[in-house]
Every structure is written in structure tokens, then in C-alpha cells.
Design a binder for this molecule. Structure first.
Ligand SMILES: [Zn+2]
Length: 76
């Protein structure tokens, strides 16, 4: 399993906070979320973000800096 995959508890613990995902898609909604992050509004939202990890290669971080570092590590 991918070491960067977040456990459901990680999303639940971050409800009410803003998290930053890697870019998976170039549409305007995703691009805006990439720039501004996503605030996890409630448990349903946490669950859906959690399941997005399985269907996409998107990974989530608590800071933009951590995300940038991860994206750099992918490029090698
Ligand atoms: Zn999109």
C-alpha cells in the first residue's frame, strides 16, 4: 500500500481544517482546490475525501509545503 495513503481517522481528525491535495485533474474546481486547499466540513466530507484516494492518485497533506515536498519527491 502507498505509504502516503491517509487513514480514515486522519480525515476525521482534520474536520474543520484545511488540507491540501495533489493535483489530479485540470478542471477549474480542482485547480482552485489545489491553490486554496479543501476545508473538511463534516464526517460525510471526510469519508468522501478518504475514498477519493482509492479512485485517484490524489494524496492529501496538512500543509502546502508538505504537498510540494511530496510532489518533488515523485519527480525524483
Ligand atoms: Zn477536476
Amino acid at each position: 500500500m502507498d505509504r502516503e495513503l491517509r487513514h480514515i481517522d486522519w480525515f476525521r481528525d482534520n474536520i474543520g481544517k484545511t488540507i491540501y491535495g495533489t493535483s489530479g485533474c485540470s478542471c477549474s474546481v480542482c485547480h482552485m482546490q489545489y491553490l486554496k486547499g479543501v476545508r473538511i466540513s463534516d464526517l460525510n466530507h471526510a469519508n468522501s475525501l478518504y475514498s477519493i484516494q482509492d479512485t485517484t492518485n490524489r494524496r492529501y497533506f496538512t500543509s502546502k509545503e508538505d504537498r510540494v515536498e511530496y510532489e518533488r519527491s515523485l519527480k525524483g
